[in-house]
Design a protein. Sequence first.
Length: 415
Amino acid sequence: MLASPVSPPSTFDAEAVRASVPALHQSVNGRPLVYLDNGATTQKPRPVIDRIVRYYERENANVHRGVHRLSQDATDAMEAARERVGAFVGVDAREVVFTRGTTEAVNLVASTWGRENVRSGDELVVTMDAHHANFVPWQMLAEAVGARLRVVPVREDGSLDRDAYAAALSSKTRLVALGHVSNALGTVHPVADLVAMAHDAGALALVDGAQALAHVPVDVRAIGADFYVASAHKAYGPMGIGALFARADLLEAMPPYQFGGDMIDEVTVERTTFAAPPSKFEAGTPHVEGIVGMAAALDWLDGLGRDAVFAHEHDVLAYATARLDALGGIRLVGTAPGKVSVLSFLVDGAHPYDVGALLDQQGVAVRTGNHCAQPLMTHLGVPGTVRATFAVYNTRADADVLVAAVAKAQAMLVG
Ligand code: PMP
């Protein structure tokens, strides 16, 4: 038994949390599932599942257009959820645009605000550890309009090279696209500072909060982001729904993203005028069950106490990191101080994919590969990593199973 160099477990009742998440209670390959792929998507707690079922059992109708009772109920539920989701990150409901997720939210900004405001000779700044969803849309925009994409490197530990970031900013910068928390390494970037630097240079800032929403406090106003984007499914909510949080004056000025029902003011044969934001950006029948499910997920998280949740996750990550490192023959990839949720590593002498497959045989679900961050992997000179990502329902016992499974994989692959 390895000695733990970290503090004893907190009093947070993770077992009670686990009990309310049905998918955790199953066997995989004859072993109890240990689910450590939360960076890809989280499992859903019973209150979120129940909320979606209740929507379909009692409230389902198309929203906004109906005079009948169910349509009004569905509309009320959707708009109450908009308030709730906005409040979770500290913005008004009118600044919440529902999207399919982070990816669509970034694409929305790139193809509306971006097409209107970025010209030949302008510059866009992104970071080397960006998820492809917050990299490729800017690369494509730059290519389309003749702008320059500047990519800020990260240091060996995964933290952003602040001097390089400062040097990349100039009066030519139109927008910086930052990640709040790196999905590949777990680095928490000092986004409020970085946004302030972008503003000083006269640029706007978009922050990708896909990995932040469930793991660090998010206050969009305090961060100062002009655009903040996130996905529900990484924060215990349903797939296919997320949000763009954007300054009201920007939404007002931006052209629509898609055209159709629900986003118009008046349509004549000659011309069309558009609804006010956020409707202007929500063409077509919305994903209402996703929207109410997203609000239920954030309610659930708040009900657990965000501070207690984050402290618990910190404890489990620190414990898992120390125990894994103590095995020897392990390279931790990404060790920035204050990192959250993510334990990315390599087993010396073994390919990440082989390690992942052997972990799966032992019931441990992790992700292997480049984590949609190929420029980062190339920059760090690694083929990819094995990535375990922890959530509120993971425990030190899960970390013990992971470490034992890695030790077994190591013995089989490296000898
Ligand atoms: N950004 C980050 C940091 C992510 O981790 C992810 C999902 N892996 C995305 C963006 C894309 O999110 P989605 O697939 O939900 O649109």
